[in-house]
Design a protein around this ligand. Structure first.
Ligand SMILES: [Zn+2]
Length: 85
């Protein structure tokens, strides 16, 4: 493995760099995503959800028509520009 400080090649499992003495078995620094990464991840997740929603909506459209009106009474009241009264 290479020393992160001086790039000196050391034996695998060596605790210290033989050249500069830097510790080689330092645990990897925990990855801390920035707020930009969070925003991007959320945008990707929501985009996938929205795409999945419209896809399911599109795919299930013929099946949704078979649901009786008693189960979905709000579907009867779809705006049809009807003059009430
Ligand atoms: Zn070194």
């Amino acid at each position: 493995m290479k020393c992160p400080k001086c790039n000196m090649e050391n034996k695998d499992g060596a605790k210290l760099c033989k050249k500069c003495g830097t510790e080689l078995n330092i645990p990897p620094v925990l990855w801390k995503p920035s707020w930009k990464w969070h925003v991007r991840a959320l945008v990707i997740i929501y985009t996938c959800l929205i795409i999945a929603f419209f896809l399911m909506n599109h795919l299930l459209k013929p099946y949704l028509r078979q649901i009786p009106n008693d189960v979905t009474p709000w579907l009867k009241d779809l705006p049809k520009e009807e003059s009430v009264g």
